[in-house]
Design a protein. Structure first.
Length: 186
């Protein structure tokens, strides 16, 4: 179940909770964030190769490539037994921005985005079937959890992909990690 909580930046313990997908999309659209549901054009197994997964989502991927000028798409997968899961998790737990927008579609699993475009923090629990597009220069951070289990399609406008520019803020440490968020809100 996808979920959105909206907090004032100085009150991470209080939240407006939005559970209905259409309402989540509307609230995120207000801050320039795209949030959609996608379904595969054909069946594939959890061990499917990247080209099979991209083929199953060819239509929506091509639509976004055309609309936003994306040059490439790839598929990433992080499982609980991944040897670098702790390093991968830690890499984006601090608030940062990108010079390009970040687009991620959850083929499997889930992850928690925190968006900090103003004096509010939007926590978006993305699950299988969710696409999120974070605009360039929007402060955010991401948590895949201590036992990550996700497979995502990512879209890029440059071959380098997203390069994180950290803000130096400690705000991310004031908000719950994925496991605590699930206990409190899911």
């Amino acid at each position: 179940m996808s979920l959105l909580t909206i907090h004032t930046e100085n009150r991470p313990d209080r939240a407006e909770i939005v559970r209905e997908h259409g309402a989540i999309a509307e609230r995120l659209e207000e801050i320039g964030v795209r949030f959609e549901r996608w379904t595969a054009g054909r069946e594939f197994g959890s061990d499917a190769a990247e080209e099979v997964i991209l083929g199953a989502y060819r239509e929506p991927v091509e639509r976004l490539k055309k609309r936003y000028g994306f040059e490439s798409a790839d598929v990433i997968s992080v499982r609980p037994d991944h040897p670098q899961k702790d390093e991968l998790r830690a890499k984006f737990l601090d608030e940062h921005v990108h010079s390009d927008f970040e687009v991620r579609f959850f083929v499997e699993g889930r992850g928690l985005f925190f968006l900090h475009p103003s004096e509010h923090v939007y926590a978006v629990l993305c699950e299988q079937g969710d696409l999120i597009s974070v605009p360039a220069h929007v402060k955010h951070w991401f948590d895949m959890g201590d036992r990550p289990n996700l497979k995502c399609i990512r879209l890029f406008t440059t071959p380098e992909g997203w390069v994180a520019e950290f803000t130096g803020s400690d705000i991310a440490g004031k908000f719950p990690k994925l496991e605590q968020f699930l206990r409190e809100y899911a």
